[in-house]
Ligand binder design. Structure first.
Ligand code: COA
Length: 253
């Protein structure tokens, strides 16, 4: 199993552990993370959730091979289950990001409550380069956080950005030395042990209330277009190019 979960000292840790494939996320991994998050909602021993990757990589996003073989078709798909569980999680979610956070690796950070990035973190949302479109609310949240102009660089051109830039844009709280980020994020997550849990949960809900409907509507619209794009010749060319280790050729489209 490439997802390790453990509940220690009030914190559910979800560790993405598939370094040989740069922590690319398969359906089984999404489902494991979704199940852990759903269980955390009703588990009184869990006061916060910590999501972390490996020292060299947070995640390279969707496993492209798995994605091509079994594209997500509806809300039953594990990737939807996972993102639904992220958005519906009533406990605070803290993320610790080392190395690259690509595609859904960056998108999922938009739905965390607290995000700490290493000084070697590199975030990117290269959906367009893959023939796809932004997903899970990123087309709404990213322009709001950083403004249309910068969002166009990140979402249309797919430009990567650093941990420091992530802080500047409001995606992350702070940058830490690579060797310290996980421990720092864990200590932050553990602070929820000394706070009143119902007040924390109600406050989290209130902070999201005014934008919830708009977010869910956006996710639905994005998902329809994303699903169609996955089967498009543009996406197929992009995915094949990735595995053939060559540049994609979009000149014929
Ligand atoms: N899906 C499936 N396999 C992936 C993957 C992904 N998202 N990301 C990496 N891998 C695999 C590679 O195919 C390679 O497998 P191999 O050893 O069997 O050839 C292995 O992981 C190592 O990846 P590699 O590209 O050689 O490592 P790198 O250090 O040169 O680059 C990344 C790391 C993360 C920059 C690069 O792998 C990358 O760009 N991945 C794709 C990211 C992406 O487009 N994600 C969005 C998906 S929607």
């Amino acid at each position: 199993m490439s997802i390790k979960t453990a509940i220690v000292n009030g914190v559910l840790t979800i560790e993405i552990a598939r370094p040989e494939k740069k922590n690319a996320l398969t359906r089984a991994m999404y489902q494991a993370m979704a199940d852990a998050l759903v269980a955390a909602n009703d588990d009184k021993t869990v006061r916060a959730v910590l999501i972390q990757g490996q020292p060299s990589i947070f995640t390279s996003g969707n496993d492209i091979e798995d994605f091509m073989a079994s594209p997500p078709r509806d809300e039953e798909a594990p990737v939807f289950q996972f993102m639904k569980a992220m958005i519906g999680c009533n406990k605070p979610i803290v993320a610790a990001v080392n190395g690259a956070a690509i595609g859904i690796g960056t998108t999922l950070l938009l739905h965390c409550d607290l995000v700490y990035v290493a000084d070697d973190a590199r975030l990117a949302m290269p959906f367009v380069s893959l023939g796809l479109v932004p997903e899970f609310g990123s087309s709404l949240i990213v322009p709001r956080l950083m403004g249309q102009r910068r969002a166009a660089e990140k979402l249309l051109l797919g430009d990567p950005f650093t941990g420091e830039q992530a802080v500047e844009y409001g995606i992350a709280n702070s940058v830490l030395p690579a060797g310290e980020v996980v421990n720092y994020a864990r200590r932050v997550a553990e602070r929820f042990n000394s706070l009143p849990p119902t007040a924390v949960m109600e406050s989290k809900k209130l902070m999201r209330r005014s934008t919830e409907e708009e977010l869910l509507n956006t996710i639905q619209v994005e998902a329809e277009i994303f699903g169609a794009r996955l089967r498009s010749p543009e996406a197929i060319e992009a995915f094949q190019a990735f595995f053939q280790k060559r540049q994609p050729d979009f000149s014929k489209f």
